[in-house]
Structures are given as structure tokens and as C-alpha cells.
Design a protein around this ligand. Structure first.
Ligand code: ZN
Length: 481
């Protein structure tokens, strides 16, 4: 927008949404760039907003959900890192899905994300589709990261070589610390490793880990979970021992357990006794066919076995709910049941702390009701700021005047690579500051109330619920270091 816009500054700010305030301040300062920066909040028109934005920008975040590898695995030359290892790593994952959704042909898409293609050639593949995706929050997270890390304001034919150079000079030993801690002011992360049930991180107090429980019950995954234990599995009792082994080995080093099983079925797990599924499990071991009802009964039984173990060990249970990563496969007709099933889980096991992830987007209104009603229901806003930043702001506003403030976690990047986490964190800070500002401006909260909420929702709740002080002590002396 132009600086001589006839609208009053105040009303135009209200009307413009995510990037509005930054656009106005940038225009006033002579810059054309609109997106908020990691270093300081966008300029604000009122003292109230200045106070809230400054507090949110200066407050450390705890990042409660990532899939990133250790830095040394990312840097190692032994082939562990499977990506193209060029600037398109920063665009991979979520933005890659938006590109397909925008209609980028799959052959161009594959070439764009493959190894050994020159930056200029890659830009030619991207250029026709870039305007369609650059303003989604997947796109904005990437653009903010590219600007913050490589000093490039707009990705284009003219700047793509500089982006590649920036990628190379950034991706060096110590870059996790620089990107996440120094620039992102992220105190610690909670990682759900996708390669192994529990990852023995070499950066254990910074990249804290969840135990992945999904393969304990989905399938179950006999080789991945069974083999490392050395337990010979010939009956359901043995499989219980396998599950016990993972908790005995790693529960004290883990911050939570995690399951993304909702990508496959609803989270409507029934409490099924062992004797009802022992024969089904034997058939599974013998590779005999199993009908869908028996399969569900077996998984339901094992889900609760794993959840009971987590609860005994004091570990919260993080469950994916709502929106799917990827494209062209999401069955909303089933996902709409997630909040209702979440209620049944909370009722069935009042001692288990369930963390419902991603605000169950788009069914976040229903999840507010769950968090308000059930003592043991927690909500993690991980990923939500880049699925739909306006909805996430809306959710947080509603949450804070609906459900108890001690049960919400406001940030998780949910990325495989650290670079775009920075952009995501900036978007989250912007949304958190806007949500609190609007609640005060609309008369729902006093400024003092809003300021007092910042620490708990950005890190205090996570420190308490995941017992991070104690975990930090234990992990500092992890035996695999
Ligand atoms: Zn995730």
C-alpha cells in the first residue's frame, strides 16, 4: 500500500491482517518490504501494541514439535542426508505441497527438488508457480527465512545465486545454534524422529526427544520396534515386553510420546482386553490374513498398553489431529471425528495428559470445547501458524478467553530442516502478539492480563508439563554422549 493512503493509519492497520502493520511501518521508513523480522517486532501505531509486541519478541519460545535431525547428521557426508543439499531444502516439505496443489507438474517438481540442478535452472522451474504460493504462510515462512539468513528480500532470477551462496555459507557447524537459538530465540526443541522410535541425540538438552509409539500399535511394526530389543516375540505377552523395553530404556530421557496414527484412522481407540486379541496377534506373527475389525481391536488394545506405560512414566501423550501434510489425500469426512474421539480418550484415562496437536485444523472450535471441558486435554499449536496464520490467531484469541491458560503450547515448527523453522517462529510471534493486542483492544483483557500470559504460553507451560528442568539434568548426563 502507498504511504499517502486516505484511510486512517489506525483503521487500515486493523483491516490488513498478518503483514499489515509491518507494511505500514516499512512504507513509512521508505522500505518496500513487509514481512516481520526475527530481530525486532514490526513498528506499531499504539503504545499498547508496542508493549505487547516488544514483550513477545523478547520472550524465549519452547518449540514443542520438530522432526529435525542432529546438526552433525545434517552436515555429515556419509549419505544420511538424502535431500538435494541446496537452497531448495528451505522450500522442501510444506511449500513443496503447496506447489503441487498450485498445479506444478510432478516432473518439474521432482527436478526442482533433485540434486545437481543449477540454481538458475531451478528458478526457471519455480517461477511460473511462485506467485501462487509465495503468500501462503508456507511461502511466507520460507521468504522470511531466506531474508533473515541470506539477506535476500525477494526470490527471483536475479537473487537465486545469492540464495544458494547464503545456503552454503549458513549450513556450517554451529548453524543450529545460530538459526534456532540466536535468531529464533528458541530455548529448546522437542523432536519426533521419523527414523527410529527414540533418537539418542548428540545435542540432547537442545533437541529433546519424544518416543514414537505409533509402531507399537499401528501394524504393529514388528521389525522396527521388536528387533532392537533382542526379545523373541512369539505371543502377545512378548510384544508387551517389547513395549516395556522401550519405556525402560528411554522414558527418563524422553519428554513425551508421540503418535501420528490419525493420518491413517480415527483416534477412536477402545479399551480391548489382551485375551480378546492374543489369537489375532498370533495370526499376525504367522502372516495370516486379519480382518479389519480384528486389526482395529489389536491396535486399540496396544494403543492403550503403550499409553498406560507413558502415563506410568509421567510422559504426556502427543497425538496428531486434523489437517494432513501432503496433497490430494486428506479425508476431512473422517478427520471431523477427531475432536469427538479426543473427548472419549480423555474420559477413558483421566490420569493421562493428552496433547492434541495442530489445533485439529480446521476443527479448532471443537478442540476449544475439548480443552475447556477436560482437565487432561492440552493443545499444541505446532504447525498451525503456517497452515492458516489467521485461523491460528483466531484460535489463540478464543482459547485464552475460553480454556485454562496453563494447557496451551503456542509453537512447534514441525519441519525436517532448521532453516524454515526461523520463518515459522517469526510468524508465530507475530500471531501471538496480534492475538493478545486484539484481545486488549476489544476489551476482553487488560494490558496487564495480556502481558502476564506471554511467558506461560510461550515457554512456561512447556517447561512445567514436560518437566524440562528435570529432563535437562538427566539429559546432560545421557549415557550415549
Ligand atoms: Zn509433525
Amino acid at each position: 500500500m502507498s504511504a499517502d493512503n486516505r484511510l486512517s493509519r489506525r483503521s487500515s492497520l486493523k483491516a490488513m491482517g498478518l503483514m499489515g502493520a509491518a507494511a505500514v511501518s516499512a512504507a513509512a521508513g521508505g522500505s518496500t518490504y513487509a514481512m516481520p523480522s526475527a530481530a525486532e517486532p514490526p513498528k506499531q501505531p499504539t503504545d499498547l501494541r508496542r508493549q505487547i509486541f516488544a514483550k513477545v519478541w523478547n520472550t524465549p519460545l519452547i518449540d514443542t514439535h520438530e522432526h529435525i535431525d542432529d546438526e552433525q547428521d545434517r552436515l555429515s557426508a556419509d549419505g544420511k542426508f538424502a535431500g538435494p543439499d541446496d537452497w531448495t531444502v528451505v522450500l522442501s516439505g510444506y511449500l513443496a505441497s503447496d506447489l503441487l496443489s498450485a498445479g506444478m507438474p510432478t516432473d518439474a517438481h521432482q527436478k526442482f527438488f533433485s540434486k545437481g540442478v543449477a540454481p538458475a535452472e531451478k528458478w526457471r522451474l519455480l517461477a511460473p508457480h511462485w506467485p501462487a504460493v509465495k503468500n501462503t504462510a508456507y511461502g511466507q515462512a520460507v521468504r522470511i527465512s531466506i531474508r533473515e539468513l541470506y539477506g535476500v528480500e525477494e526470490l527471483s532470477a536475479a537473487t537465486v545465486e545469492k540464495v544458494q551462496q547464503g545456503y552454503e555459507t549458513t549450513r556450517r557447524p554451529g548453524f543450529y545454534h545460530r538459526v534456532l537459538q540466536e535468531l529464533g530465540r528458541i530455548e529448546s526443541c522437542q523432536v519426533n524422529c521419523l527414523r527410529t522410535p527414540f533418537h539418542r541425540s548428540k545435542m540432547p538438552t537442545f533437541l529433546m526427544q519424544d518416543i514414537s509409539i505409533v509402531g507399537m500399535f499401528a501394524g504393529p511394526n514388528l521389525s522396527r520396534f521388536g528387533e532392537p530389543t533382542g526379545i523373541k516375540v512369539s505371543a502377545l505377552d512378548d510384544w508387551h515386553k517389547v513395549i516395556d523395553w522401550w519405556f525402560d530404556q528411554y522414558a527418563r530421557y524422553a519428554v513425551a510420546v508421540k503418535s501420528q496414527d490419525a493420518y491413517r484412522r480415527d483416534i477412536d481407540y477402545q479399551q480391548v482386553p489382551a485375551e480378546k486379541v492374543a489369537a489375532v496377534f498370533r495370526r499376525k506373527l504367522n502372516d495370516e490374513p486379519i480382518g479389519p475389525d480384528d486389526q482395529k481391536a489389536l491396535e486399540d488394545h496396544l494403543f492403550w498398553y503403550a499409553v498406560r506405560k507413558a502415563t506410568e512414566h509421567g510422559l504426556p501423550v502427543k497425538l496428531h489431529t486434523g489437517y494432513y501434510a501432503g496433497q490430494n489425500r486428506m479425508p476431512l469426512a473422517r478427520l471431523i471425528n477427531n475432536p469427538g474421539s479426543a473427548c472419549e480418550l480423555c474420559r477413558a484415562s483421566p490420569d493421562t495428559r493428552f496433547v492434541f496437536m495442530h489445533i485439529c485444523y480446521p476443527y479448532y472450535e471443537e478442540l476449544l470445547a475439548v480443552a475447556k471441558q477436560y482437565t487432561n486435554a492440552y493443545v499444541d499449536m505446532c504447525w498451525a501458524w503456517i497452515i492458516n496464520p489467521v485461523a491460528a490467531k483466531d484460535f489463540l484469541k478464543k482459547y485464552l478467553v475460553t480454556a485454562p491458560a496453563n494447557k496451551i503450547f503456542t509453537f512447534g515448527g514441525d519441519y525436517l530442516f532448521v532453516e524454515p523453522v526461523l520463518g515459522h517462529a517469526v510468524i508465530a510471534r507475530h500471531g501471538i502478539a496480534l492475538a493478545l493486542s486484539e484481545l486488549v483492544e476489544e476489551g476482553w483483557l487488560t494490558l496487564a492480563d495480556a502481558m502476564q500470559l506471554v511467558d506461560p504460553i510461550m515457554h512456561g507451560n512447556a517447561r512445567r508439563v514436560f518437566q524440562l528442568e528435570e529432563k535437562h539434568r538427566t539429559l546432560s548426563a545421557a549415557p550415549w554422549l
